[in-house]
Design a protein around this ligand. Structure first.
Ligand SMILES: Nc1ncnc2c1ncn2[C@@H]1O[C@H](COP(=O)(O)OP(=O)(O)OP(=O)(O)O)[C@@H](O)[C@H]1O
Ligand SMILES: *[C@@H]1O[C@H](CO)[C@@H](O)[C@H](O)[C@H]1NC(C)=O
Ligand SMILES: *[C@@H]1O[C@H](CO)[C@@H](O)[C@H](O)[C@H]1NC(C)=O
Ligand SMILES: *[C@@H]1O[C@H](CO)[C@@H](O)[C@H](O)[C@H]1NC(C)=O
Ligand SMILES: [Mg+2]
Length: 593
């Protein structure tokens, strides 16, 4: 677990996003004077160009020998050059790989990720290379301007952000990838994206927000106020509901929820539109033969989609590569411009030389899917009892900068105040630095799962199924009973040890108790074999030999939710020895302390 020592001289945060990543840092002495004095690198290089953005695209180029080559704009540029010279086939180019960890309950250390051409590599290695690059970039920026001493580097607190809706396995995976990238476990904090974003908004001056109403007052962060944080990223829609406590710490009052309807859904919709226009065969030919043009088209769309507004007369004009039009002609012997004019896309879409123009209906069509998913999700949440008196929706994440999405939220929830910080896409990153300086700002969370332990209990005739019956000594026991420690939706104080349950060995001979920890989304699971129950890992506790002075051999077991991780403690009642609860979400192996 991360230490919260006072020796921290610098907080260094990495926002590893699905589409964009960046880093930010601040020294403790700066933070104490002005917490918002946070530095980022706003100039990422691409070839010999400098691009002014605080984050770089999350894409990574890996050489044929599987060594790291480049990241971000540089990787895009280099890959495009390689493709232009038709030298790219042995190289690996990965993008949007963070989504591999979303809603993945079968995640394990050996997992692979596939690159744009379907070649695969170890996911852990790819994530570690990306983190290592961002870490190295940050350290060299620091070295240039501040000359850090080597011993200072041990007093850096690293913060890595993850979506709040991620499961424990995904969080642990990131922790291990960070370790592989040379970040010590005890220097690392994993922070939840919507939470760091709201910490940032809490300190941001009023004039740096857009409000849906004219009052121009914040009120969101006054004690007692409830608000919804809608973090709309490239991959995930990550929603938490928070309340400000009287000591102004934040309390999560409903479990994190969300879906995968982020900004890349719009890119996906555009890709599908193109496929509908030219057909699969032409598209595949174009992608293989003209990979650099394909990248250029994606970049063009990424830039142009940002200019979309709600103006129904608005049009979107995109430069399409000549090679795509040519591919179409070669394969179909038809003219793309004419084919569009004769299709039912006529009017909605048109092609003039190398310009593809979309009318507003066509543009809206691209955003429709994610827009609907976002609105539906918010609607469902607002119907919950806990949201009865919730009036504020705080929109953060890059996709929240999209005017169409902003307007959809405002229009669908006219009775709520919608608040959007300027540069919404940076809120998570900046907030992560604040979180690193003050990790205790979030005081409690709502669990996303029911957690329990697999036990044997006395067999209940007529209740427990017969196939669970097992005879131990001369007592009928029931196998696989789910002994519940924490229920889904329960509020747990961070770092506070929860209620203890006591377990005994089954027989006199038994000297060890194996505690298998299970999770499920059910509220009242009966057996660990119920559908949806998943074993997170095991903890083995020694209870000693049975003897006259060691009759009551038992262990007290309790769970503690740390900042973002769960730990399980088992205390031998006789000796008082606490088994070190190193917990492993990624491998179902037996670990003992
Ligand atoms: N003005 C805009 N209009 C439309 N889409 C936008 C706009 N600005 C940013 N986006 C989209 O928002 C996404 C980037 O948001 P952000 O940087 O918060 O995501 P991320 O951190 O990479 O992803 P995640 O948080 O899901 O891992 C991209 O899909 C980008 O295309
Ligand atoms: C950002 O990083 C680049 C190296 O890629 C460096 O040249 C530049 O000085 C850095 N900018 C800041 C503001 O630190
Ligand atoms: C990557 O780009 C840099 C600078 O643009 C260039 O010097 C280098 O040769 C490129 N590498 C590859 C493999 O294309
Ligand atoms: C877009 O074009 C379609 C087809 O011609 C038409 O029905 C629709 O009204 C147009 N929409 C806008 C907003 O111009
Ligand atoms: Mg993000």
């Amino acid at each position: 677990m991360a230490s919260c020592s006072d020796d921290v001289i610098l907080v260094a945060a990495i926002d590893f996003g699905t589409t964009y990543s960046g880093y930010a840092f601040s020294f403790k002495h700066e933070y104490q004077i002005d917490p918002m004095r946070i530095q980022t690198n706003n100039s990422w290089t691409s070839g010999n160009k400098h691009l002014f953005s605080h984050k770089a695209p999350t894409c990574i180029l890996i050489a044929p020998d599987k060594t790291f080559h480049s990241f971000g704009y540089e990787a895009e540029e280099n890959y495009s050059n390689l493709a232009f010279d038709d030298n790219h086939e042995d190289w690996f180019f990965f993008r949007t790989f963070k989504m591999k960890l979303h809603a993945n309950m079968t995640l394990n250390r050996g997992m692979l990720v596939t690159d744009v051409y379907g070649k695969s590599m170890s996911a852990k290695t790819v994530f570690a290379m990306a983190i290592n690059y961002l870490k190295g970039h940050m350290l060299s920026t620091l070295d240039r301007n501040h000359t850090l001493k080597d011993e200072d580097k041990e007093n850096i607190r690293w913060v890595l952000t993850v979506p709040a809706i991620w499961n424990d396995k995904a969080k642990q995976f990131m922790r291990e990838a960070a370790k592989e990238a040379g970040i010590n476990n005890n220097q690392l904090l994993i922070a939840l994206e919507p939470e760091t974003a709201s910490m940032y908004c809490k300190l941001l001056p009023l004039q740096k927000f857009t409000f849906s109403d004219s009052t121009r007052e914040m009120k969101a962060f006054e004690p007692g106020t409830k608000f919804m944080v809608l973090d709309l990223g490239g991959g995930t829609v990550d929603v938490t509901i928070q309340q400000v406590r009287s000591d102004s710490t934040l309390q999560e009052i409903h479990k994190a929820t969300g879906n995968a309807a982020g900004g890349t859904c719009v890119d996906e919709a555009f890709k599908n539109l193109l496929i509908k226009l030219v057909g699969n065969e032409v598209m595949t030919e174009f992608k293989t033969k003209y990979a650099s043009d394909d990248l250029e088209l994606q970049r063009e769309f990424e830039i142009k989609k940002r200019s979309v507004t709600s103006d129904s007369g608005g049009k979107l004009s995109l430069r399409v590569p000549v090679s795509l039009v040519q591919c179409f002609q070669d394969l179909t012997k038809e003219d793309l411009k004419e084919v569009i004019e004769q299709s039912n896309y006529a009017g909605k879409l048109s092609l003039h030389q190398d310009k593809l123009q979309l009318n507003h209906s066509a543009i809206k069509g691209l955003f429709k899917h994610s827009m609907m998913d976002i609105v539906e999700h918010v609607k469902e949440l607002l119907e919950l009892d806990v949201c009865a008196d919730l009036q504020i929706i705080l929109m953060v994440g890059g996709f929240s900068e999209c005017i169409l999405i902003q307007d959809a939220v405002k229009k669908n929830f006219p009775n709520h105040r919608v608040i959007i910080p300027h540069q919404a896409g940076l809120a998570v990153l900046m907030g992560a630095v604040l979180f690193g300086h003050n990790p205790n700002t979030v005081a409690s969370r709502v669990t996303k799962y029911t957690y329990g332990i697999k036990t044997f209990s006395n067999f209940r005739e007529g209740i427990d199924p017969l196939e669970k019956k097992i005879c131990v000594g001369d007592i009928d026991k029931c196998r696989d009973r789910f002994s519940k420690h924490v229920e889904i939706g329960e509020t747990v104080e961070i770092d506070k040890t929860l209620d203890t349950l006591t377990y005994k060995p089954m027989s006199i001979e038994q000297e060890e108790i194996t505690l298998a920890v299970y999770v499920t989304t059910q509220t009242n699971p009966q057996y660990t074999t119920d559908q949806g129950c998943i074993c997170l890992g095991k903890l083995v506790v020694n209870v000693g030999k049975s003897s006259s002075d060691n009759k009551d051999r038992s262990v007290d077991v309790s769970m503690t939710f740390g900042g973002t991780e769960l730990s399980v403690q088992a205390r031998n009642k006789l000796t008082g020895k606490v088994t070190e609860a190193f917990f492993d979400f990624l491998e179902q192996s037996v670990i003992s302390g």
